[in-house]
Design a binder for this molecule. Structure first.
Ligand code: PEP
Ligand code: MG
Length: 563
């Protein structure tokens, strides 16, 4: 029976682009976990069976790891003492190795999945992958669901793991459609990196698609066409050709300087969370790093706050990678929705209004000084700028600076090198910092506007609450006027202003921001090309006019009507 053409619309675009081709559904052999009680005499040999399987899994991972940080993390996981000891204990209590691996790994997976932070939640997927590897190794099976992928096809899967992508021949991958996985999942990172169109969160796609069924997908709009007719294929082919032409032009453009067509320069920078992100960002022509979210350095640790030495090594490597380009490292912004495995935050009624970011650091001066010392020591290797988050008062700034001065003095006495002139700036992301921008601008070296928080605090709309997400709108005149005021205050006192909130990468907003005089636009590396294309083709004079009109509008809708 001929299946009728069917259109699906989804919203989770990970990586734009078009793909037309046959479906390759990923079919996995399900492993049935058999459970039995091992006798006391069998226990030691069962433990050895598990240890052999772990060694096999480790060897397999080493052979595919290359310089991938993900597989490095997997190798750490198969050797993780807490995991291994948990499994061995279950075997000693009478479980067979398969059941012990299943139950122990599941306990850890549950802990990861319950974490607030999306990045950490997705690390549960890593452990699931490692668990599967251990179980295949116990069963003596080498699993590769891609042996039949011999022609270009669109990969359809419930979920794709790093192990899957290690087995894949990317020359034959036209696109990805998966039911699970968010924008920070592994398949998303791979798809973005390789420029393969990818949509995640596509409900029921596995049951809707059969092997070989033709699919046309537009990952930009989120449209998927199953079994498209001839006219639809022609339409997609046309759109694909236009998209590729635009991509080609944008690639060319992105190599050119960041300057508008009437000669006004701006800076395009990247937001990053680790060294790998910096390496990726450097593949685009960026002027610097506008935001290094140092909380990831803390969140990757499992047992204790990172030491000065551990942090120093990371910041130094980042500085060396960036050479003379600016590298803005934000001091620890934890609390609110972001937790740590090894530190219990006090329960708060309103965590976003509670002891987060600079407030926590000022309450824990020794912990804060560890980071400041590491930053100061790394500052001699490049152009590090230190940035404080969430300030609301001059007193907080002064207290943070006093701790920084103490650190400098200690380093001086110990004869350890640091850059005395290291620039110190702040995020503008609280209403108070906006109102006090004139005073702050006289006391710091730069501002960076964090519209993610600023929008939520100015409009009193929780940035993560889906029920009211319609109210969260950075085009609201309140937000636009605040931004404009902050930029003016900064420029009166001769300091530069960047923006590292998501709003900086909004293609439409970027013109208004340019017109307001924003000096630096910082965003995830994937968005840089689009914004650069738009700004390079803009006129600064026209953008100024647009900004002047935008700040006079009474509603967000009126602002958007201008664009
Ligand atoms: C912001 O608030 O805009 C920002 C960049 O910081 P974060 O998203 O990390 O809170
Ligand atoms: Mg913020």
């Amino acid at each position: 029976m001929k299946v009728m053409m069917k259109r699906i619309l989804t919203t989770q675009t990970v990586s734009k682009g078009y793909a037309i081709g046959p479906a390759y559904p990923v079919i996995r052999r399900e492993l049935v976990i058999e459970r039995r009680t091992v006798s006391p005499e069998e226990k030691e040999s069962e433990i050895r069976r598990f240890q052999d399987a772990a060694a096999t899994a480790k060897k397999q991972l080493e052979s595919i790891a290359g310089d991938s940080e993900i597989f490095e993390a997997y190798i750490q996981l198969v050797q993780d003492e807490a995991l291994i000891q948990g499994i061995i204990k279950k075997i000693r209590d009478g479980s067979n190795a398969e059941a012990a691996v299943e139950d122990t790994a599941n306990e850890f997976i549950m802990i990861f999945e319950m974490m607030e932070d999306a990045y950490m939640r997705e690390r549960a997927a890593d452990l699931k992958d490692v668990k599967k590897r251990l179980q295949y190794a116990l069963a003596g099976i080498v699993e590769n669901p891609f042996t039949e992928l011999r022609e270009p096809a669109i990969i359809i899967a419930k979920e794709l793991t790093p192990s899957d992508t290690a087995d894949m021949n990317f020359d034959n991958v036209l696109g990805f459609l998966t039911e699970l996985g968010g924008v920070t999942s592994h398949v998303s990172i791979i798809a973005k990196g390789k420029g393969i169109p990818c949509l995640t969160g596509v409900k029921d796609i596995c049951s809707l698609v059969k092997a070989g069924m033709m699919i046309a997908m537009d990952a930009g709009t989120g449209e998927i066409c199953l079994d498209p007719d001839k006219g639809t294929i022609e339409d997609y082919t046309d759109r694909e050709a236009r998209f590729e032409e635009r991509e080609r032009v944008m690639d060319e453009e992105s190599k050119k300087p960041s300057v508008t067509r009437d000669g006004h320069s701006f800076m395009l920078c990247a937001n990053v969370g680790n060294i790998e992100d910096i390496k990726d960002a450097l593949k685009s022509r960026i002027e610097g790093i506008g935001l290094f979210r140092s909380e990831f350095v803390y969140m990757m640790k499992k047992d204790a706050f990172p030491t000065e030495e551990e942090q120093f090594e990371i910041y130094k490597e980042a500085a060396l990678l960036m050479k003379e380009k600016e590298l803005t490292i934000r001091t620890l912004d934890i609390g609110g929705d972001k937790g740590l495995d090894y530190y219990e935050f006090e329960k708060e009624e309103n965590p976003f209004l509670g002891c987060r970011a600079i407030r926590l650091c000022l309450n824990m001066p020794e912990m804060f000084k560890t980071q400041l010392r590491a930053l100061l020591r790394a500052s001699v290797y490049g152009n590090i700028r230190i940035m404080y988050p969430m300030l609301i008062s001059i007193e907080e700034l002064e207290r943070a600076n006093a701790l920084l001065a103490e650190c400098k003095e200690e380093l001086r006495q110990q004869g350890i090198a640091y850059r005395d002139s290291v620039e110190v700036g702040m995020m503008i992301e609280t209403p108070s910092s906006v109102v006090m921008a004139n005073e702050f601008a006289q006391r710091v070296d730069f501002f960076s506007i964090g519209t993610n928080d600023l929008t939520q605090y100015l409009l009193v709309v929780d940035r993560g609450n889906k029920n009211i997400s319609g109210l969260y709108d950075s085009f609201h005149p309140t937000v636009l006027r605040a931004i404009s005021y902050v930029i003016n205050c900064a420029h009166v006192h001769g300091i530069k202003v960047g923006m590292c909130g998501e709003f900086a990468s909004d293609e439409k907003a970027s013109l208004i921001l340019l017109g307001m005089g924003l000096d630096e636009f910082s965003m995830s590396a994937g968005s840089i090309k689009d914004v650069k294309y738009r700004l390079r083709n803009a006129s600064y004079e026209e953008a100024k006019e647009l900004a002047a009109q935008a700040v006079k509008k009474a509603t967000a809708e009126e602002v958007k009507a201008l664009l």
